[in-house]
Design a protein around this ligand. Structure first.
Ligand code: IK2
Length: 406
């Protein structure tokens, strides 16, 4: 029976309103009928005890997983009460005061977005923000890139660099004839996991020689030279993580010639454009050499470090194809990879990037702030090197400082 006030309203109301107030009566927690129904439902549940109500979890046998080797350092750091602690795990820029930095240009872009009343929170398309994609391709391949001018690039917005690698890896596992990807030894710890879970077989090529603290160039050429034709090769575009050792332009040219002669497919990982040298164009040189020869490649871009957008998860995957019609079909298949994975990417970070990249004045401000970060990193490393050198034996110092933790 409905409460008295609801019954009085029902008596006076026309039929549509009466139906509505009857519904309200059903939903009101004070309704005696509802209370009675609730009690009977509870007693029914109690008469069929479940595993959960007996106190034993269906996941009781689960083992404790280890912390991620890189992000686990941040977990340990956050727990540590020491006032002089330093986090040497994940590579995230810190100010002189040891604080995270939000770039001024990013703050400005966010303010502009907030002040714009016409902005809404609708879903983005599966491929992300179209303008962000165009500007990202231009940033890495260059404004005058023939591949862009000929519409041969398929770009999709992804969840930062990691998401771009993951989508690219799964696309290759589904559609490319060769399933083996060669990654440098050593490399960023997440690479083997990302590509294995994408469905690729992971092998490595020699990259770094600890004896000389430099590129193992002969080993690299030998290993790529003996890789099966068509294999995928992961290349760090610049600021190789974790060694900080990059090939010279002449060495890149030899790598390019070898890879193209053997039809090895380059998959570039660009997580640090502008961070290595302070120049966006200089740090993209290796990639642009491979695009200039007209061949195909994949490119995973991240704005985590160079725009300080770590937690916004902004990145892009571009696939440079031989022709515009192939690029259209590639994009259609990328959508089939993305839709069941996370449906479509987030709006906010990509809007910040697009706001900055489309406006020449904001773009220039960004390049100045980026250069200041890069210069400070280079300077801090030099200071660390000098300080260690003055305290330790030369050999151990050179070993420490040539491991360049990005
Ligand atoms: N590729 C390389 C070579 C990287 O160093 C990173 C970032 N590494 O630092 C953060 C971490 O360890 O998670 C990435 C890709 C991925 O960067 P993100 O996904 O943050 O853009």
């Amino acid at each position: 029976m409905a409460p008295a006030n609801v019954r009085a309203a029902q008596a006076q109301a026309p039929s549509a309103d009466r139906r509505l107030s009857t519904l309200v009566g059903h939903l009101l927690p004070s309704s005696p009928r509802r209370a009675a129904a609730d009690t009977s439902a509870t007693s029914t549940l109690e008469s069929f005890p479940t595993m959960a109500s007996q106190g034993s979890s269906v996941f009781a046998a689960l083992e404790q997983a280890p912390e991620d080797p890189i992000l686990g350092v941040t977990v340990a750091y956050n727990k540590d009460p020491s006032p002089v602690k330093v986090n040497l795990g994940v590579g995230a820029y810190r100010t002189e005061e040891g604080k995270p930095l939000v770039l001024n240009v990013v703050r400005r872009a966010e303010q502009m977005l907030i002040n714009n009343p016409s902005r809404v929170k609708e879903y983005l398309p599966i491929t992300g923000l179209a303008e962000f994609n165009k500007l990202s391709a231009k940033l890495i391949f260059g404004a005058d890139s023939p591949a862009i001018q000929e519409n041969r690039v398929a770009t999709v917005q992804c969840l930062s660099g990691t998401g771009s690698l993951r989508v690219g890896g799964e696309f290759l596992a589904r559609h490319y004839h060769e399933r083996t990807i060669y990654i440098p030894q050593p490399t960023w710890g997440n690479h083997p996991k990302v590509f294995t879970l994408s469905g690729l077989n992971v092998r490595s090529y020699r990259y770094y020689d600890p004896a000389t603290c430099s590129l193992h160039f002969e080993g690299l050429l030998e290993d790529l030279g003996s890789a099966p034709s068509g294999s995928i090769v992961l290349l760090h575009a610049c600021a190789h993580n974790p060694t900080g050792v990059d090939p010279t332009i002449e060495q890149w040219e030899q790598i390019r010639q070898l890879m193209r002669s053997k039809s090895l497919l380059p998959f570039f990982d660009s997580a640090y454009q502008g961070f290595a040298s302070g120049s966006l164009d200089k740090d993209a040189q290796s990639v642009r050499m491979f695009v200039a020869d007209g061949g195909e490649l994949l490119m995973a871009q991240s704005y985590a470090k160079n725009m300080g957008l770590y937690g916004e998860r902004v990145g892009a995957l571009s696939i440079v194809c031989k022709s515009a019609d192939v690029a259209v079909r590639v994009e259609s298949q990328l959508k089939l990879v993305i839709r069941p994975m996370y449906s479509n990417p987030p709006l906010h970070g990509a809007s910040i990037v697009a706001t900055i990249l489309r406006d020449s004045e904001m773009f220039n401000e960004w390049t100045l702030e980026l250069k200041a970060m890069a210069d400070r990193i280079i300077n801090m490393r030099q200071q660390l090197f000098n300080a260690l050198k003055s305290r330790a034996r030369w050999h151990s110092v050179s070993l420490i400082t040539c491991r360049n933790p990005w």
